[in-house]
Ligand binder design. Structure first.
Ligand code: FES
Length: 163
């Protein structure tokens, strides 16, 4: 915390040098933050029929402003963020290049080949196998899991996601 001589409530030795900017170690650290609490709610995403009919058993839906990738494997429905945790690129995008594959209950990022567990979001195998280690930066941001969402299928076949 930078203080000037006129704002510090507890004068200390640093005040004898008025032209200097100093950090007063005796002053309390003041942090202001806003905590927004929002209860998670089940949000209708699609129907199981729509998901099964979608290309590769996967589809992207936008829920509460977040793009969510729905995938079905072995009759289970998974919901994960459609934004890769490496560089934020879409796992399934509008172009043919950005079309993630689903295999072994994992979604594989089309950009650099990182494989994420659909249930936990954990990285399976090597982080960014298609990306060479670059000087100074390596493979970019540190390994991070893919955000996942709880999902359920109602008796009427409606898929809901908890967000
Ligand atoms: S953007 Fe997905 S692994 Fe790099």
């Amino acid at each position: 915390m930078n203080l000037s001589a006129s704002t510090c409530a507890r004068p200390c030795a640093a005040l004898r040098k008025p032209a200097q900017t100093f950090v007063c170690k005796s002053a309390p650290i003041v942090r202001r933050s806003t905590l927004r609490v929002q209860a998670a709610t089940w949000t209708k995403a699609a129907t199981k029929k729509e998901l099964e009919a979608a290309d590769g058993g996967r589809m992207v839906v936008e829920l509460n402003g977040t793009k969510v990738l729905l995938a079905t494997v072995d009759d289970e429905v998974y919901a994960v963020s459609n934004k890769c945790s490496h560089l934020g690129l879409p796992l399934v995008g509008k172009t043919g290049l950005l079309q993630a594959k689903i295999s072994d209950k994992c979604v594989v990022c089309p950009a650099h080949g990182t494989s994420f567990d659909l249930a936990t979001g954990d990285v399976k195998g090597e982080w960014c196998p298609k990306l060479p280690n670059l000087p100074l930066v390596g493979k970019g941001p540190k390994e991070a899991p893919l955000p996942t969402f709880e999902s359920r299928v109602g008796e009427n076949g409606e898929i809901e996601v908890l967000m």
